[in-house]
Design a protein around this ligand. Sequence first.
Ligand code: GDP
Ligand code: IMO
Ligand code: MG
Length: 431
Amino acid sequence: MPVTCVYGMQWGDEGKGRIVDLLAAKSDFVVRYQGGANAGHTVIVGEEKYVLHLLPSGAIQPSTTNVIGNGVVVDPWILMDEVDHLAGRGIDLTGRLLVSDRAHVVLPHHKTMDQALEALRGDEALGTTSRGIGPAYGDKFRRAGMRVADLLKPERYQELLEANTGAWNAILDKAGLEPIDIAAVIEETAAIGERIRPYAADATGVLIEAWKAGREILCEGAQGFGLDVDHGSYPFVTSSTTGPAGVPAGTGLPPQALGRVVGIVKAYTTRVGAGPFPTRDTGPAGQHLGEVGHEFGATTGRPRDCGWFDAVLGRRAAMTQGATAVALMKLDVLSGLDEIKLCIAYELDGKRVEAPPAWAGDWERCTPVYETHPGWSEDISGARRFEDLPAAAQVYVRRIQEVLEVPVEVISVGAERERFIPLEQGIPVSV
Ligand code: GDP
Ligand code: IMO
Ligand code: MG
């Protein structure tokens, strides 16, 4: 049974949680493979709204087993808060949550370091979520990290922490902050280690067996392609491989296990935090998108910058990550705009640019080459078939499919579960 991966094709917040929730209804396992509690994935079911940071968005579907893969950086306090919070709302994860014993742990000093590093960057700050993501992945890749397996061995802990914190204390000192109090970290961590223990497992082994047994596995990306540590707008990125390329590394499932790859895009673009965003619109249209789309960060509450669909980013995101299908989200938010712009290329220093520049400074200076499409005024949240959409919306969706060169298989027209148009065979060409 091929494994499915859902990933963001823009700068995050595309609506991944919503699509994962829909696909999870038919999945046995839902797996996070990268990122950490910097994610904020929203699932709306009737009157209930859930925002998940570390738990896979499959948690809301009762038949799923939810896995936090080895590639995730786990803040055990946030994770346990989420588990308790869902339990309080009648969603019990007992027996259906696994945390990889190889996953790295985000400790309190990683969050302090995240803030200290941002302060040291001054005007060049990245606008991180302050969730300790960069420092935790930094420790992982400099081979000084703590893993869930270490958390379960308190006797080794002090030794590891001492080795881990030396370099950080030098930076804290430079930022005028207190050094890390190792004794305090040990005390705080002992209790949380015991809470994680029942969930800790060789998640890779479990997933491999499940895959061999033909179970349905759904991998849930966090963040988006524009924030990918290799392909995004470096250094204004997160610290992980956000697309399906991160699945084998972050779960231990073999690369050939991946079959369906669903890229998630909004019908426009948003970005939160610093970094290039050529199609940003600070005028009335951007304001419309922010207001109608309720564009506020699900993790930090920060307002998201809004702008037009960017096919330069989208094409790269589709091609490099092998998207086999696209879910086009929030088409309803465009209702009421007189015209809709779609960026098909950039211009930089008088030259046409078809791919994102390597240097963020150049990317920032790019000006979009726009096509302009007529808008529509109808409320489309009740549309359930492609034919229900106004002609102008149909033209716009077809054009997005054309520029991405990937079939649009779902169009979302509202945040609630049932508000979508399924197009499993792609958009009917005869319409
Ligand atoms: P994620 O991080 O990719 O899971 O996305 P977020 O949850 O951060 O942000 C997406 C927001 O858009 C959430 O508030 C969703 O409830 C909402 N949303 C998702 N799909 C739609 C849609 O088709 N229309 C509207 N109006 N809202 C949507
Ligand atoms: P989901 O999964 C949008 C952004 C931050 C910042 C940059 C680095 O909900 O789509 P980090 O804390 O990762 O070191 O911050 O990445 N960022 C996100 N933006 N959605 C997210 O997650 C994000 N996770 C991180 O705003 O610009
Ligand atoms: Mg989000």
